[in-house]
Design a protein around this ligand. Structure first.
Ligand code: NAD
Length: 251
C-alpha cells in the first residue's frame, strides 16, 4: 500500500512551489491532507483538486501562519474535517532582499514572524496531540541560506537558522515519544519565491557555485519530505537537516 496510507498531514504554504509539490507527493503516497495558504487566488483550490485526484481526503484552509488565531483555527478546521493530524509540514515562507545597513525594522520583524515565529506557533498547536497519540512527524522547510548565509538575506538567514535550532531543541524535547522533528534545507529551487524575488546578480552567483550546475525543481525536493514522513524510512531521523541543495552546502 502507498507509504503514507492512513496518515493525515497539514501542509502550510501549499498553494505554490515546494508546498504544492509536497502536497501532491503526499497525496500520491496516500495521505489525507489539510492544505493551508494565505493567498486568496485560485492556487490553493487547484492544488487541492489535483491532490483529490489521487483519491485522498483533502481540505483547503485559508490562514496566515504568522497570526496566532489563524493557526489555532486552521488546526481546528483540519481536525474537524480529517481527524487527528499526525504530520505537520511547516513550509510557508517569504523571501525579500535587503542589506543590513538599510533594512527597515518592520522588514526584519515580518521575516521573523512569517518564517520563524510561525513554526513555533504551528508546532505548539501540533505536537501535544501527536505525543498523546504516540506518533507524529514535524517537517520544517528551512533553507541552505540558514546554513551558508547570503548577502542581502541576513533577516531570512537568521529566521532559517532559527528554525534549524528550534527543530533540534524540539527533537530533544520530544525524545522517545514517537514524535520526530526534522528540517529540509533546500538549495535554490525554481519557484516564484526562488526566481522572482532575488536580484539577477545574486541568482547568477549562486548558480555558478552549484556543484550540480543547476537549481532544483519543487518535485525534486518533495521526496525528501515523503522520506521523513514515512515509516520506517524516516524512523531514525530526528533533529536533522537534510539538504536537497544541488551540492551547494555539504555537511
Ligand atoms: P512560493 O512563494 O512558491 O510558495 C510559498 C507559499 O507560502 C505561497 O503560496 C504563499 O502564499 C505562502 N505563504 C507565505 N506566507 C504565508 C503566511 N504567512 N501564511 C500562509 N501562507 C503563506 O515559495 P517556495 O519557494 O515554494 O517556498 C516554500 C518554502 O521553501 C519557504 O519556506 C522557503 O523559504 C523555502 N525555500 C525555498 C527555496 C527556493 O529557492 N525556492 C530555497 C530554500 C528554501
Amino acid at each position: 500500500s502507498p507509504v503514507l496510507a492512513g496518515r493525515t498531514a497539514l501542509v502550510t504554504g501549499a498553494a505554490s512551489g515546494i508546498g504544492a509539490a509536497v502536497a501532491l507527493a503526499f497525496a500520491e503516497a496516500g495521505a489525507s491532507l489539510a492544505l493551508v495558504d494565505r493567498a486568496q487566488g485560485p492556487g490553493l483550490d487547484a492544488v487541492r483538486d489535483r491532490c483529490a485526484e489521487h483519491g485522498v481526503d483533502v481540505v483547503a484552509v485559508r490562514a496566515d501562519v504568522a497570526v496566532e488565531d489563524d493557526v489555532r483555527r486552521m488546526f481546528g478546521d483540519a481536525r474537524a474535517a480529517l481527524g487527528p493530524v499526525d504530520t505537520l509540514v511547516n513550509n510557508a515562507g517569504i523571501l525579500t532582499e535587503s542589506p543590513v545597513a538599510t533594512m527597515p525594522t518592520a522588514l526584519f520583524d515580518e521575516m521573523v514572524a512569517v518564517n520563524l515565529r510561525s513554526v513555533f506557533l504551528c508546532c505548539r498547536e501540533a505536537v501535544g496531540p501527536m505525543v498523546d497519540a504516540g506518533f507524529g512527524r514535524v517537517i520544517t522547510i528551512a533553507s541552505q541560506v540558514g546554513q551558508r548565509g547570503g548577502a542581502g538575506l541576513a533577516h531570512y538567514a537568521a529566521a532559517k537558522a532559527g528554525v534549524i535550532g528550534f527543530t533540534k531543541s524540539l527533537a530533544r524535547e520530544l525524545g522517545g515519544s514517537g514524535v520526530t522533528a526534522n528540517c529540509i534545507a533546500p538549495g535554490p529551487v525554481d519557484t516564484p519565491l526562488g526566481g522572482g524575488s532575488l536580484s539577477p546578480a545574486w541568482t547568477q552567483s549562486l548558480m555558478a557555485g552549484l556543484p550540480l550546475g543547476r537549481q532544483g525543481r519543487p518535485d525534486e525536493v518533495a521526496p525528501t519530505a515523503v522520506l521523513l514522513a514515512s515509516v520506517p524510512g524516516g524512523n531514525l531521523y530526528t533533529g536533522q537537516t537534510l539538504g536537497p541543495n544541488s551540492g551547494d552546502v555539504m555537511l
